[in-house]
Design a protein around this ligand. Structure first.
Ligand SMILES: [Ca+2]
Ligand SMILES: [Ca+2]
Length: 174
């Protein structure tokens, strides 16, 4: 029993050092990406610029695991509503991820709350993980100020050099 407990402790310790090795201090790793959860509330454009200055982009959320990870971290942070990278600024109704330029395709993954995006008052062009919608997606006015999530690839080379196959086997960007 004590042996099992020690093994668990060791696994927890090794796990935590991996996180530290692959992402900068203050960032959290998930599936070979690093995420920064800003407590600061900015409009979507300033949030995007802040992520750029950190050599990252507003989060591109392309699978349910990633969505759930981000929602869990937002709950831990207690920052409530958060901007991520989706927007239909260039063309109304055509949603894209600002960092990759990829379209937000229903055939891949979306987490729109029922009835969204609704472009309320014809002025909602930015994607909010909305606490009131249990962190599902809501299009919102880009000039509103909210916390936000930045994302960039983790230092995968370090990970691969350490022959951590579990880590290297993960998708580069889910
Ligand atoms: Ca819109
Ligand atoms: Ca809306």
């Amino acid at each position: 029993m004590i042996g099992l407990f020690l093994v668990c402790l060791m696994v927890a310790y090794i796990g935590s050092t991996d996180v530290a090795a692959n992402c900068e201090v203050g960032w959290r790793e998930f599936n070979n990406n690093c995420y920064y959860f800003s407590p600061k509330k900015l409009n979507w454009h300033d949030a995007r610029k802040t992520c750029e200055r950190k050599k990252a982009g507003l989060a591109t959320v392309t699978c349910v695991d990633e969505h759930n990870f981000i929602a869990e971290q937002i709950i831990l942070e207690g920052t409530r509503d958060n901007w991520i990278g989706g927007n239909d600024i260039k063309r109304e109704g055509l949603w894209a991820w600002e960092h990759s330029g990829e379209h937000v395709r229903a055939s891949n993954f979306t987490a729109w709350n029922p009835g969204q995006p609704n472009d309320k008052k014809k002025e909602q062009n930015c994607l909010l993980m909305d606490e009131g919608c249990r962190y599902n997606w809501n299009d919102f006015k880009c000039t509103s100020r909210y916390s936000f999530v930045c994302e960039k690839p983790s230092k995968q080379e370090t990970c691969c050099q350490a022959t951590n196959t579990k880590c290297c086997g993960c998708p580069v960007h889910c």
